[in-house]
Design a binder for this molecule. Structure first.
Ligand code: AMP
Length: 205
């Protein structure tokens, strides 16, 4: 049974969400602005944030916003990262032996996922959760914060892969991923999809 919280709108919401995002300092301010917006939004709704556990790049911006908003934050960090210069741990910190343990623990700790703009690390985390979703290993909704049209090419590629039959799926990209450029809108839609999939699994059990 999925665990839940009751968010400020009075509706049920997942108790914890994993957020994947870039660990580098980026050029445009819109990316950290939206990462902070997402952090405030999740904190305000009482949804715990599970993330990569460092203060670099958007990870740090997100973490600061969650903590400033009075939210709960857990960072899951492989031991070797803690030896990086400038490493600090915002929020609760869980140190694990390696990357695979981290990804599995993040996956096990949450009821939904959100990817913000990032590099190959973020893409790997996002596509792994999508792959497991497609393999029916989980029904946890996956959100994509498409800031400044950052993911337009990826969304286009997914659409082509569905069209060509490489991704066997009855619907469109929108039924695989919850997509929005606005943090509050994304969280609202993700929570709604989470409630729908919960109702469905309760009916089936
Ligand atoms: P990237 O998108 O390549 O910047 O990688 C970011 C993702 O990989 C994050 O969601 C983290 O889970 C992980 N990651 C990469 N670099 C770091 C780092 N220095 N500290 C913590 N997590 C990291």
């Amino acid at each position: 049974m999925a665990s839940s919280t009751v968010c400020s709108s009075g509706k049920e919401a997942p108790s914890a969400v994993a957020v994947y995002c870039g660990a580098s300092t980026v050029k445009k301010s819109i990316f950290p602005e939206k990462a902070a917006g997402l952090g405030r939004c999740l904190a305000g709704r009482g949804i715990k944030v599970v993330f990569g556990g460092s203060a670099f790049g958007l990870l740090g911006t997100l973490a600061d916003a969650v903590l400033e908003g009075g939210g709960q934050l857990t960072g899951i960090i492989p031991e070797f990262f803690t030896r990086y210069d400038g490493y600090t741990a915002p929020g609760e910190e869980i140190i694990v032996p390696d990357m695979h343990t981290r990804k599995k623990l993040m996956y096990d700790s949450v009821e939904a996922f959100i990817a913000l703009p990032g590099g190959v690390g973020t893409m790997e985390e996002l596509t792994e959760m999508l792959t497991w979703y497609k393999l029916d290993l989980h029904q946890k909704p996956i959100g994509l914060l498409n800031v400044d049209s950052y993911y337009d090419h990826f969304i286009g590629w997914l659409s082509r892969a569905i069209e060509e039959g490489f991704i066997t799926h009855e619907g469109s990209v929108d039924s695989l991923l919850v997509i929005s450029e606005d943090p509050a809108d994304l969280v609202e839609k993700l929570c709604s999809k989470w409630r729908d999939s919960r109702k469905l699994s309760e009916k089936q059990s």
